[in-house]
Write a protein of this length. Structure first.
Length: 352
């Protein structure tokens, strides 16, 4: 029976570590998105020339990296193989790598003023050219020809080019150097540039905070339970040395718990009331964020935001799975697992 408990304990413990490791990998891969915001408008708000003039005037300030674009759905793309496919056509101004953060898998982005270059999604490359490596091929869209400079991740047909100066722009993506920048700062910066409030806002740091908290959840649960069990075991010891050892172990577990709590709960200033007497702050905030999330999911998101949402969901599910297997491992742990009595000593006691 004890062998079965040991076997189950090892199995559940291994699965818990595997899930947590996968959650950590997803979190680290998605971490840059914690510093990014996307603000969507339902109609164009300024031209590419106006945006660059605003940024040039403030080049001495510590500005975020900015990408702006206009998107047209269901454009016809024609390859040099005479095949035709439909997809999304993006005209971009600013920093193209900010819009397609962590998505370039081959080649490079068109350089500034390279109006004949473009980047396309992997799926569009496969459908038009029959290969993932469509760099150097030619594509026609809206009567213009473009050369493929790079390939992006993505299972949707997408083509992006540089926008002309007079092109009107309607969506903006900002990238900061910190994941604790408040969304209110991003909205204020964009309002100064466009003179209009965004219709929808994607907060990368909010989803990063959720991912981080759930990632630490198995550590928090394990360290708290370890501290409780060690403290109880210490109370049962008669020898001072063993009692001291178990109290020390309980202290280490609880220090780990508070360290994890401090590392996991990291929020921007937008998530704290100006006065702690405002008891209605958090219910209103939660209601506001739920409403904003529904509006986002009901609309079309850029690829970077879709990846962040997907990565957040994956991290949360894997972390919760790890917590579940951790609880199973704790339930199946051998009864004497918290008593480090040498095996030889137990054999001697049985003989006596």
């Amino acid at each position: 029976m004890n062998k079965n408990r040991y076997g189950a304990f090892i199995l559940w413990g291994f699965l818990a570590l595997a899930c947590w490791g996968l959650a950590l990998t997803g979190f680290l891969g998605n971490r840059r998105g914690n510093q990014e915001f996307t603000l969507y408008y339902d109609s164009p708000v300024l031209t590419g020339k106006e945006m660059e003039f605003f940024i040039q005037e403030r080049k001495e300030e510590d500005l975020p990296s900015v990408a702006a674009w206009k998107e047209t759905d269901k454009e016809n793309f024609t390859g040099n193989t005479d095949l035709v496919r439909q997809g999304s056509f993006l005209e971009v101004r600013g920093e193209m790598k900010t819009l397609f953060s962590r998505q370039l898998i081959q080649g490079n982005f068109p350089w500034k003023e390279d109006y004949q270059g473009c980047v396309i999604s992997r799926r569009l490359s496969q459908e038009l050219f029959g290969t993932d490596k469509g760099i150097g091929n030619e594509i026609q869209v809206e009567g213009e020809s473009y050369l493929v400079r790079g390939i992006l991740k993505g299972e949707e047909n997408l083509l992006a080019v540089w926008a002309e100066e007079d092109q009107e722009l309607e969506n903006f993506r900002l990238s900061y150097d910190s994941d604790l920048e408040p969304v209110s700062q991003a909205e204020e910066f964009l309002y100064q540039m466009t003179g209009a409030e965004p219709d929808r806002t994607f907060e990368g740091n909010l989803y990063g905070a959720l991912s981080r908290f759930f990632l630490f959840l198995p550590i928090l649960a394990g360290s708290f339970l370890g501290g409780v069990c060690s403290f109880r075991t210490a109370g049962k010891q008669r020898e001072k040395r063993r009692k001291l050892f178990w109290y020390l172990l309980a202290g280490i577990f609880w220090l780990l718990f508070f360290w994890g709590l401090g590392r996991s709960v990291r929020l921007s200033p937008d998530y704290f009331p100006s006065m702690w007497s405002e008891l209605s702050f958090y219910p209103q905030l939660i209601e506001e964020k739920i409403k904003g999330f529904r509006e986002l999911t009901e609309s079309s998101l850029c690829q970077a935001d879709s990846y962040i949402l997907g990565g957040t969901l994956e991290t949360v599910l894997l972390a919760l799975s790890g917590l579940f297997f951790e609880m199973l491992a704790a339930a199946w742990s051998p009864k004497d697992s918290w008593h480090f009595t040498p095996a030889v000593h137990r054999i001697k006691e049985k003989r006596i």
